[in-house]
Design a protein. Structure first.
Length: 171
């Protein structure tokens, strides 16, 4: 009966089997996902040990360069980028990127504490403390820079390292 009607059309305007039109396969064929189902996530392969060391080192050096370029304010950006992109590709790079972020968070906390002390002592001393304590604001970024250099060397050498006096905010 289907030989009488062209391309699967039947009397009274009804269409034939919709899965046969345009070479489509019937719904639910094995090996295919049905419409609207999410595709499985693409998993990145783990990094080689030398790549892990390199990215661990770059998480620290990137933070150091960004700190220098932005006078201490954007050091966390490089650390976060490395952490987000490579945290699932190896435990070594994840640990060093997390340590780099933790150093940046600690530096920010020290800046806030020093800022409060700076304002209070400046007001109590009628403005003299503002001039005397101004150099103290350079201490946290210098210490963070030293921590990043040590972290970069440790990562390059393949050593696990936790920076001293740095709480583990990110793990």
């Amino acid at each position: 009966m289907s030989d009488q009607y062209p391309s699967g059309q039947y009397p009274s305007g009804q269409q034939g089997d919709p899965t046969q039109a345009y070479g489509q396969q019937p719904y639910g064929q094995p090996g295919q996902q049905s419409y609207g189902q999410p595709q499985p996530a693409h998993q990145q392969p783990p990094l080689r040990p030398d790549e892990e060391r390199s990215w661990g080192m770059l998480s620290h050096l990137g933070a150091l360069v960004a700190m220098i370029a932005s006078v201490g304010f954007l050091g966390f950006v490089a650390s976060i980028v490395v952490f987000v992109l490579y945290k699932d590709r190896g435990p070594f790079v994840r640990a060093h990127a997390a340590n780099s972020i933790n150093v940046q968070i600690s530096m920010f906390i020290w800046w806030v504490v020093l800022g409060i002390v700076y304002v209070v002592l400046g007001l109590v001393t009628l403005g003299i403390g503002f001039f005397v304590l101004l150099p103290v604001f350079f201490v946290p970024p210098v210490i963070a820079g030293i921590m990043h250099v040590i972290g970069a060397v440790k990562a390059y050498n393949g050593e696990w390292w936790n920076p001293p006096f740095t709480p583990q905010f990110v793990k």
